[in-house]
Ligand binder design. Structure first.
Ligand code: GAL
Length: 670
């Protein structure tokens, strides 16, 4: 297993998502031939096909997939199989309707959509075990199957939260295990407030969304941890069955979705039993009127890459057309669509599977446009992908297997991402992008990541728990409210030895029990940052003027009124309308050979440019502002030489190191 876990694909693998169950058999042969002709070597299938494989309880029929896989193999295509547990057959629902999730908003999930059953429902789990074991056994020795995807987008579409009777039962047990005594639970949650002291684990409710008041924050945090354990347990259970049955060279992964911290699930934990991260890369989707900014997508891709130390990841669904379920939006040109591939490969993808071969003719994904339209004719999308694979693979292969060494790391913390889902502090980071996903924490993370992309510095994204400080020169740690004193001491040692630490507003404001800290802010960081914070204001959607030296910029989201103790002031509030005009907003403290920056507010784009230019100049990283739209990633060749991969995200030619990079193109330099 270890061998697989550390192995990178030496050459980029291309494929398509192909659903033989959705097309007449008469199309398969020419489809596979054309997929091969396109230059792809892999097809991914089966992730929604439970009802086909097990049409009645315990009765299996593999004919369709046997035939499709055999034909794919005949065309020289390898196959990735998805365990088909993201949609259930109707007989399973009818067997025990209580397996369907109940959302905290009160809605009971109905049959006919996807990701509906609860991962704590015994009848569902038994059925999952049975189907996974059956498919694993049946396909274990098939030579063409290179790997498995567990389920599909676990936790997506609100399925990371459930408050059904099965959850309620497991919740009491989970709490009992975590807090051996109720006294400890009551104290940790602060249940003395509002008469909520509990005297038995069975009394404790699951959080149901009320009209407008919040549940106890301690309960909410534990609820999200509990939901995370349910989901990671669900995935681990499938992995165990697959591992038991499959040969050791067959890899296992899963396809995650963005935004990465929008889910309550600890994705790092979920991937522990798998070989490498997998991702569904849709920089534009549904009713979006334009793609997310390229530097935000870089953050997302870096996050995915950082979920394991494999250094690489797979894209199981890469946008090929344009997509939506109910509404469509921005249509990228073929060049721009291909550019999304360049970016994913530059940032660590070594397998790109395009979603999907052909637009669905009917069903819930009728608006998910694939490479081909339903007329099956050759078209511009097919031509663009074919040309890219044939003409550019050699260039991708020059760098795809080379290590990505980062000087900087943006660090997140799962619990800290969870607490802002309820107590979001500022409307500036309350960004519900759908009824089930909040992107506020991610956007703040992405804001901290953007300067590295804009200044051409390789950066990783890691969690506090998996971070190896010794690898980096700069650490950016936004929204780290619950601060672990042990981690703070490690940071201090690292700073003293020369590290540059960038802290965000509200750092250290909570202790490990999620209580407001009984210390002056920024709590554990006060000495390290050389400041005190006694006053602050939530800016919500307003901005406030600041001056970085003489340069006017704006602060967004939050305003800590920073009192320097040993730190030097870098920026001050300059808004005449604010009673705290003139006080410090951003400071830097020298500690040993290193520096600690404290950002009491989130700088706007102008602020980001001038502030980070200063930060990078005062650290020992090589930084060069690349201008908007150019992204440059550095890889190290075997001889230790720098290889630059420059991606042009714009419709105009750009230059890097004297070389031209055409619109939406990339170039390997060095
Ligand atoms: C993904 C999903 C696919 C398909 C696609 C549509 O979220 O995994 O099954 O629904 O979106 O764009």
């Amino acid at each position: 297993m270890e061998k697989v876990m550390t192995q990178k694909n030496k050459t980029i693998e291309f494929g398509v998502d192909y659903y033989p169950d959705q097309w007449d058999r008469s199309l398969w042969d020419s489809d596979f031939a054309r997929i091969k002709e396109m230059g792809a070597g892999t097809v991914r299938m089966m992730e929604f096909a439970w009802a086909i494989i097990e049409p009645r309880e315990g009765i299996f029929d593999f004919t369709l997939f046997d035939d499709a896989i055999a034909l794919a193999a005949k065309h020289g295509l390898k196959v990735i199989l998805g365990t088909p547990t993201a949609t259930i057959p109707v007989w399973l629902h009818d067997l025990d309707p209580s397996i369907m999730q109940t959302h905290p908003s009160g809605g009971r999930r109905a049959f006919g959509i996807r990701r509906q059953p609860c991962s704590n429902a015994p009848v569902f789990l038994e059925a999952v075990d049975r189907i996974v074991e059956a498919v694993a056994k049946h396909y274990a020795s098939h030579q063409s199957i290179e790997g498995w995807q567990v389920d599909n987008e676990i936790g997506h579409e609100g399925s990371d939260r459930c408050v059904c009777a099965h959850c309620r039962k497991q919740w009491s047990l989970w709490l009992g295990k975590k807090y051996s005594t109720l006294q400890s639970l009551n104290e940790t949650w602060g249940t003395v407030f509002w008469s909520t002291t509990y005297s038995s684990f069975d009394e404790i409710p699951l959080p149901v969304k009320d009209m407008h008041l919040l549940q106890n924050p301690g309960l909410m945090l534990d609820y999200m941890r509990f939901m995370s354990d349910s989901a990671t347990g669900f995935a681990a259970r499938q992995v165990a069955i697959l591992r038991k049955n499959l040969p050791s060279h067959v890899w296992i992964s899963t396809n995650l979705y963005a935004p990465p911290t929008g889910t309550v699930i600890d994705l790092e934990e979920m991937l522990k039993t798998m070989d490498f991260p997998g991702f569904d890369n849709y920089p534009v989707w549904g009713d979006m009127e334009e793609p997310i900014p390229y530097y935000f997508n870089s953050y997302v891709l870096a996050y995915i890459r950082g979920l394991k130390d494999t250094g690489n990841f797979s894209v199981f669904e890469q946008i090929s057309g344009f997509q939506g379920h109910a509404c469509l939006g921005y249509m990228p040109s073929e060049k721009e669509m291909i550019k999304f591939t360049h970016q994913a490969v530059a940032l660590g993808a070594d397998r790109i599977i395009y979603f999907r071969w052909r637009t669905a003719a009917s069903g819930q994904e009728q608006l998910c446009y694939g490479i081909l339209d339903t007329d099956s004719q050759d078209n511009d999308r097919l031509a663009a992908i074919t040309e890219n694979i044939s003409d550019r693979s050699a260039e991708y292969n020059r760098f795809a297997a080379l290590p990505f060494k980062a000087d900087a790391c943006v660090v997140y913390d799962r619990d800290n991402s969870r607490i802002v889902k309820n107590q979001y502090l500022s409307k500036g980071i309350n960004i519900p992008i759908s009824i089930f996903a909040e992107a506020g924490y991610d956007l703040e993370m992405a804001r901290s990541f953007a300067p590295f992309t804009l200044f051409g510095i390789n950066a990783d994204v890691k969690s506090v728990q998996s971070l190896d400080l010794s690898r980096y020169k700069i650490i950016s740690l936004p929204l780290y409210q619950i601060a672990d004193p042990v981690f703070v001491r490690c940071l201090e040692k690292w700073v003293r030895a020369g590290g540059t630490l960038i802290l965000g507003w509200r750092s250290g404001s909570r202790d490990m029990k999620n209580h407001n800290i009984a210390k002056i802010l920024p709590g554990e960081f006060s000495e390290l940052a050389g400041i005190h914070v006694r006053k602050f204001e939530s800016l919500n959607s307003k901005k406030t003027k600041i001056r970085i030296g003489l340069i006017p910029a704006k602060g967004e989201v939050w305003a800590d009124i920073v009192e320097p103790v040993t730190a030097k002031v870098i920026a001050r509030y300059s808004d005449a309308k604010k009673h705290y005009k003139g006080s410090a907003a951003i400071t830097v403290n020298s500690v040993g050979k290193g520096k600690v920056w404290y950002l009491g507010t989130s700088p706007d784009p102008v602020g980001i440019f001038f502030l980070y230019r200063k930060i990078f100049r005062m650290s020992d990283v090589r930084a060069k502002f690349l201008g908007m739209g150019l992204e440059v990633v550095r890889r190290k060749s075997v001889e230790g030489k720098d290889i630059f991969v420059a991606v042009n995200h714009t419709a105009k030619t750009k230059r890097f190191k004297g070389k031209r990079i055409k619109a939406y193109d990339f170039r390997v330099i060095g």
